[in-house]
Design a binder for this molecule. Structure first.
Ligand code: ADP
Length: 381
């Protein structure tokens, strides 16, 4: 009992990462952690990593042990590997269940926190399904916006808050403003004074939205702009990143300062080509020419995802230099992955037996990301 209490206190104070928790206190790993989540979000500057398995049968190649502190076991190339993550959703998990897990993080941006939720994984594993969802079963983004506006209403009405929205797409290292009044414009991400959502992108359009309907109208406009510019929409969306950024500024109450929180909702490009290139690079028996060609191809297709891997590796190793400037995506996400930010990564994995290699790559990345520490949470006033 003493060990359990100690473990829970350490975990709530953010002293144990998900994998440390799993290793050091295995016997209490499966205890419900929900009670500690609210506290955790305030105190722990780690990236929470959730995993969702797409419906389908994987035979005996993948086994999930769901729930808080969930585990995925993969049988790959005759070896059994276990991955410990903060939460694993089985194939029958509902959109509602996934959102409930994220809701405390979403609502914390009303208290002035910077929150970033991003979906990662191979194309076709359900990233867009989880983030956007079909109209009859909405995903994280529509539920998050609804929950925020409901909470703002409960906290004294929208006049107490100013909400602005921007929407960006990154395709082949080109950043485009999806909410510009004219055709989508090319932009450059710059270092400098903080702009919309903490990102300095000169010329980026930020619209004030007064209610949920106005916000959805804006997001639909952005989606239409994204689709119009693409010749092959499926190919285009699997290779591009879409970022929606909301800033929520709270008017100062009579006694005390106001707050400015940010919510980034990021649907990342498919991770498959990147990992293929990276693993080929290290595999034996592949000629240097072929390796270089593969890597160059992956870099032009998705330099941003490779750079995200580099940033996570540097943060995990606590290196003094974190290469945020290596790509447009990481530049944009720098404020969202800095000290005091709350980040949640939802890793989508396929249940198809032929995808198990990709799935193992995604899970390896996920487990490493769960060991990243961003530093203690801080509110922006
Ligand atoms: P990605 O964005 O990762 O490329 P999608 O979100 O487009 O993948 O999903 C691919 C297909 O799988 C879509 O037809 C989607 O409706 C379906 N799908 C994904 N996850 C689920 C799920 N949990 N339940 C039902 N259908 C799903």
């Amino acid at each position: 009992a003493l060990k359990e209490a100690q473990g829970q206190v350490c975990w709530a104070l953010g002293e144990l990462s998900a994998s440390q928790w799993a290793r050091r206190v295995p016997e209490i790993r499966k205890k419900p952690r929900r009670a500690y989540q609210g506290r955790l979000l305030e105190l722990r500057g780690n990236i929470r990593v959730l995993c969702r398995l797409k419906p389908g049968s994987s035979g005996n190649l993948l086994n999930v042990d769901p729930g808080p502190g969930g585990t995925v076991t993969a049988n790959y190339r005759g070896r059994q590997r276990q991955f410990h993550l903060d939460r694993v959703f089985p194939p029958d998990a509902t959109q509602e269940e996934v959102f409930r897990e994220l809701e405390p993080a979403v609502l914390s941006c009303l208290q002035g926190y910077s929150v970033c939720i991003f979906t990662y994984g191979q194309t076709g594993t359900g990233k867009t399904y989880s983030m956007e969802g079909p109209p009859e079963d909405p995903g994280i983004a529509p539920r998050a916006l609804q929950s925020l506006f409901r909470e703002m209403g409960a906290q004294g009405g929208p006049r107490q808050h100013r909400v602005t929205v921007s929407m960006i797409e990154i395709y082949n290292e080109t950043v485009r403003d999806l909410l510009a009044p004219g055709p989508p414009e090319r932009l450059t991400v710059r270092q400098g004074p903080e702009g919309c959502g903490g990102i300095h992108v000169p010329g980026l359009t930020c619209w004030d939205v007064s209610d949920l309907r106005a916000l959805h109208k804006m997001l639909n406009l952005g989606r239409r702009n994204r689709a119009t510019a693409a010749t092959h929409m499926n190919e285009h969306s699997s290779r591009s990143h879409a970022l929606v950024t909301l800033t929520l500024t709270t008017a100062p109450p009579p006694h005390g300062p106001g707050t400015a929180g940010t919510l980034h909702l990021v649907d990342l490009a498919g991770s498959e080509r990147v990992w293929k290139a990276v693993t080929t690079e290290s595999s034996v028996g592949v000629g240097a020419g072929a390796r270089g060609r593969r890597l160059r191809e992956a870099q032009t297709i998705n330099r941003s995802l490779l750079a995200l891997g580099g940033v996570m590796a540097a943060l995990r190793a606590r290196q003094p230099h974190v290469p945020f400037r290596d790509s447009q995506l990481t530049r944009l996400l720098q404020p969202a992955l800095g000290p005091g930010a709350t980040a949640v990564m939802l890793v989508q994995i396929s249940s198809r037996p032929e995808d198990v290699g990709e799935t193992v790559c995604s899970l390896k990345f996920a487990e490493r990301v769960s060991q990243v520490e961003l530093g203690p949470a801080r509110r922006h006033r």
